[in-house]
Write a protein that binds this ligand. Structure first.
Ligand SMILES: Cc1cc2nc3c(=O)[nH]c(=O)nc-3n(C[C@H](O)[C@H](O)[C@H](O)COP(=O)(O)OP(=O)(O)OC[C@H]3O[C@@H](n4cnc5c(N)ncnc54)[C@H](O)[C@@H]3O)c2cc1C
Length: 375
């Protein structure tokens, strides 16, 4: 019998859901609490790089995701006037691992929810207090109930309240970027991941299947700004309307500001990830800016590694130690490379474009090659 049987997962995002699916496949039925009142997703689409798809294969979700998403074979980088800087053959870089895929976030979530099936999932519920006792954690929930667990997993995102309960006030860092995300119909000229890079801003298209494209636009801004709903569409059009076709056409298709999700970009690398019988995974432990599109891959990999350790008959202290040993190098690598890529992105366009022309392929390979290795 495993030494860890009663598991609480806090947060039903990609990390929490994938951990719950992996545990159920291995015969454990964790409790999950989710702060939201029902399933909801922000952010329109998502780009899954090869190691995310490899992890989804281990979760038995590969085929559905590939079917509902769009296979991405290349990444094309252009300047804001549409002049080509580089094309990266992503398919060959990831050949030994898994394909890259764009998919709507709602589609990915539905696939995961369906795979989870019936579960001890409690919406509109959060943790208000944790008490670590000798052989268990006593958890008080916002609905007034209390339960005992062998292990509590905080999978509650970059603003994690479990992190706060365990480690005090470790705030995420503003990355100097804000982003807008939405879905429109896919222009005929967009056949793969395609970015238009301007001065302190980019506009990215990723086909997501079903004739749609996920648009992600961002701006490098020193201080975090808010972009209220009122007038958001007009401001987005004015910020990116001078970019090359099909950016103006994509903006023209939008009908209201409600279609645009806006947010500031934050990161955090919490270390250590655990204390006693509480462990953080996913963005709660290690959020990055989206520059390497590796957040989902890291969350899925966290879940796979942790689920195997949970059922391995180790005690909790050994699980936390071994989990950290298996994950820390990869997570630190992704953080470091993401920071470097963010810095390159913010260089004056003339320098950045020159570097992109000559170095994009080798930098891409160098950034992602360590992630090809099996877990
Ligand atoms: C602009 C942007 C674009 C991105 N693009 C990509 C991309 O293309 N590819 C990629 O791989 N990654 C991308 N990412 C990163 C990716 O979205 C995250 O890494 C991933 O969603 C992390 O999943 P998570 O489950 O750890 O956290 P989250 O997705 O944040 O989920 C946390 C869950 O916990 C719930 N919750 C929060 N607090 C509590 C609480 N106190 N109690 C109970 N429940 C709680 C939340 O409601 C949520 O459901 C992007 C991120 C951003 C910001």
């Amino acid at each position: 019998m495993p030494k860890i049987e009663r598991v609480l997962i806090v947060g039903a995002g990609m990390a929490g859901l994938s951990l719950a699916i992996a545990l159920k496949r291995q015969g454990l039925n964790p409790d999950i609490v989710e702060r939201q009142a029902a399933w909801s997703v922000h952010g329109a689409g998502i780009y899954l790089v090869g190691n995310a798809m490899r992890a989804l294969r281990s979760l038995n979700l590969f085929d559905q995701v590939l079917r509902q998403g769009s296979l991405i074979r290349t990444q094309t980088l252009l300047d804001d006037r549409g002049r080509k800087l580089a094309t990266i053959d992503t398919e060959s870089v990831w050949a030994s691992c898994g394909p890259c895929v764009g998919i709507r976030r709602t589609a990915l979530q539905s696939i995961m929810v369906e795979a989870l099936g019936t579960a001890q999932l409690h919406f509109s519920t959060t943790v208000v207090a944790l008490e670590q006792r000798e052989n268990l954690v006593a958890v008080q929930f916002s609905n007034g109930t209390e339960s005992l667990y062998d292990l509590v997993v905080g999978a509650d995102g970059v603003r994690s309240s479990i992190r706060k309960l365990i480690f005090g006030d470790s705030q995420p860092r503003y990355c100097g970027q804000v982003g807008w995300r939405f879905l429109v119909s896919c222009p005929p000229s967009i056949t793969g991941w395609t970015v238009f890079a301007g001065h302190r801003g980019v506009f990215l298209f990723i086909p997501v299947g079903g004739g749609q494209v996920y648009c992600y636009a961002d701006a490098a801004i020193a201080q975090p700004l808010d972009d209220p709903l009122e007038g958001r569409l007009e401001r987005l059009r004015s910020r990116f309307g001078s970019y090359a076709s099909p950016v103006p056409e994509a903006l023209a298709e939008l009908q209201s500001s409600e279609q645009i999700h806006f947010g500031v970009i934050e990161d955090i690398l919490q270390e250590p990830w655990g204390s006693g019988r509480v462990l953080l995974i996913g963005d709660a432990a290690h959020a990055t800016s989206p520059n390497m599109a590796s957040g989902a891959a890291m969350a899925f990999e966290d879940a796979l590694v942790l689920s195997k350790l949970i059922v391995s008959e180790r005690d909790v202290a050994q699980v936390l130690d071994e989990y950290t040993t298996q994950r820390i190098t990869r997570i630190r690598w992704v953080h470091e490379q993401t920071h470097r890529r963010d810095q390159i992105r913010n260089l004056p366009p003339i320098i950045r474009n020159f570097m992109t022309r000559y170095l994009a392929n080798s930098v891409y390979r160098a950034n992602y090659s360590p992630l090809l290795a099996e877990l």
